[in-house]
Design a protein around this ligand. Structure first.
Ligand SMILES: C[S@@+](CC[C@H](N)C(=O)[O-])C[C@H]1O[C@@H](n2cnc3c(N)ncnc32)[C@H](O)[C@@H]1O
Length: 198
C-alpha cells in the first residue's frame, strides 16, 4: 500500500464546519498543518481511511467524536470509536450521517483481541499521553502479530510519548508535517507500506 502524503492536502473536510464550528475555525481543520500548535491531523486521517475498503478502522479515544467523524467519511469502511466516557453529545447531530460508525463506551484494552487484530488502520489517541497506555497497546499489537498500521497522536510534545515513540522497534514514520503540530507518527506493523513525500 502507498501512502502519498502530498495527496493529504486535497482532502476536503469543509463539512466538519457544520458540526464543530469553533474547532473548525480555531484549528483550521480544512487547511494543512504548518507545523504550528494549531495544525491538525484530521485531513491525514480522512486520507488514510480512503486507502481502505470494506475494512474496520478503530478510533481509540472518541472525546467529542471529531476523529470518528473524519475516519467515517469513507462509508465503505466500518469505524469503531471507543471511550471510557459516555457517548459525547456532539456526536448526536451527525450520528445518522455515519451509520458506518459504532461508538463503544469501554476500555480499549477490554476489546476482543480478534477485532483489534483484524483492523487494518488504528488511530491511537488516548489521554493522558504519558506513554504508558501507548506502550501497553504497541506491546499488545506486537504480541498478536498485528499486521496493520497505527497512527499515533502527540508523539513530539510530551516527553514520555516521545520516549515511547523513539524506542519503538517497528517501521515508523514521523509525519507531523502532514498531521498534528504536537507530533503525528505512523507505525507500519505490516511492513508493506510505502510512505511517499516525506
Ligand atoms: C485526546 S482524546 C481523543 C480525541 C479524538 N481522537 C479526536 O481527535 O477527536 C482522548 C480520549 O481517550 C479516552 N481514553 C483514555 N484512555 C482510554 C481507554 N483505555 N479506553 C478508552 N478510552 C480511553 C479519554 O476519555 C479521552 O476522551
Amino acid at each position: 500500500m502507498k501512502i502519498e502524503l502530498e495527496n493529504v492536502k486535497d482532502i476536503n473536510l469543509s463539512y466538519v464546519k457544520d458540526f464543530f464550528p469553533e474547532k473548525y475555525e480555531k484549528h483550521k481543520i480544512n487547511e494543512m498543518n504548518t507545523g504550528i500548535e494549531n495544525g491538525e491531523h484530521y485531513k491525514l486521517l480522512s486520507y488514510l481511511s480512503d486507502l481502505f475498503e470494506n475494512e474496520t478502522i478503530l478510533d481509540l479515544g472518541t472525546r467529542d467524536g471529531l476523529s470518528a467523524l473524519v475516519l467515517s467519511k469513507n462509508n465503505k469502511n466500518k469505524v469503531i470509536t471507543y471511550d471510557l466516557l459516555p457517548k459525547p453529545e456532539q456526536m448526536i447531530p451527525f450520528e445518522n450521517l455515519i451509520p458506518n460508525c459504532e461508538f463503544k463506551q469501554m476500555n480499549v484494552f477490554d476489546e476482543d483481541i480478534e477485532i483489534i487484530k483484524s483492523s487494518k488502520l488504528i488511530f491511537l489517541d488516548l489521554d493522558p499521553h504519558d506513554g504508558i497506555q501507548e506502550k501497553k497497546f504497541s506491546d499488545l499489537l506486537e504480541s498478536i502479530n498485528y499486521q496493520g498500521i497505527v497512527v499515533c497522536d502527540d508523539i513530539e510534545w510530551f516527553p514520555k510519548m516521545n520516549s515511547w515513540w523513539n524506542n519503538l522497534t517497528q517501521v515508523k514514520y514521523n509525519v507531523t508535517k502532514f498531521g498534528h503540530g504536537s507530533g503525528t507518527g505512523i507505525i507500519d506493523f505490516s511492513g508493506s507500506v510505502d510512505v511517499l513525500g516525506l
